[in-house]
Design a protein around this ligand. Sequence first.
Ligand code: CO8
Length: 375
Amino acid sequence: MMSSPIVISGIGLWTPPESISNAELVDSYNAYADKYNTEHAAAINAGELAAKPYSSVEFIEKASGIKSRFAYQKAGILDVERMRPLIAPRGDEQLSDQAEMALNAARPAMAAANKKAGDIDAVIVSCAYTQRSYPAIAIEVQAQLGIDGFGFDMLVACSAATFGLHRAYEMVAAGTARCVLVINPELTSPQVNYTDRDSHFIFGDVATATIVEKADTCSAATRFDVLSTRALTAYSNNIRSNFGYVAHANDTSPFAADMLFHQEGRKVFKEVCPLAAAHITQHLQSHDLTPKDIRRWWLHQANINMNHLIAKKLLGRDASDDEAPIVLDRYANTASAGSLIALSLHHDDLNSGDYGLLCSFGAGYSIGSLLLRRA
Ligand code: CO8
């Protein structure tokens, strides 16, 4: 007897209400640069310190394709005296920020999949950072939703969302869970160095969620069969975020620039594009498919030029927006959630039998793909 396919039966997206345009961000950064350069004029004139150069809206849009980004808390980010979000601390008895974001995406995903708490056996919270080590955000969300079974957090930077889906797929295949809720509360803004012009524009906050189960338990209006998953990691120091609990014992400042996100963006671009294109090609070959067979590409959303280059390597021509939709213009890079935002916003028009390829690529390096087919 053919076993029932494993499916994605619900997708949820939570977009924070507040956004920041490139113009707002650049105005604030340039005012900060002026202030910094005035305060350090003596050292800059003596050649002991480099002056902070201006950022520009034109550069950001051309180099990245990003026009704006959403912020969980806009307050503080544009304040030249602060240059980081102002997020009020919450006590142990209060819902954590990331659990709140996670719930905002989980509920629509459950509704789309027609799932009640009692139908779900496991919760995975998978993202680039969690705001604390334990108790797991996933267990907090599990309790809030009244789900029995188990939950855990996992961190895989850019590929957290796809790798989380891989684990859900395997759990359902193994029978260790009937139905898994995977959530990606990407709260990136606290790790952005808004005083660094190379990276101040890159990231945005968002939360996505998916429901994974077998087709024979699925009652959703829309479902995608997961035909297979594929993962690759290759160690690289070109994207780093060093903040961690050992800082307390290192006698280093937890607020130093190297604790925040930093990267060699050019190297990342050059190294990750061919890796991702080869990975996707091999994934498709394992199904005797070629890129021409894919109706839609839900690609990682870090940089528009990366997406264009990867699509061109795959198809031998430019991909249309309909084939490979871009969401980073509005959302910026949302760590691991970008390909899931694209899936959430651009799946309704696919026909039964259409193939789609979901793929993340970035820090680690890490690449994670899922071959999907609309049922
Ligand atoms: N305004 C004006 N000029 C600028 C600015 C700016 N804001 N920034 C840099 N410049 C200048 C540079 O100084 C340089 O000047 P010069 O030529 O005189 O030295 C010139 O512009 C060109 O700079 P670059 O070569 O750096 O510019 P690029 O064309 O390479 O574009 C990018 C920079 C956009 C960063 C590009 O390299 C890129 O996107 N690379 C890939 C990045 C990527 O995918 N990174 C992965 C990110 S990691 C991830 O996705 C998840 C991580 C986990 C989440 C983290 C949350 C915080």
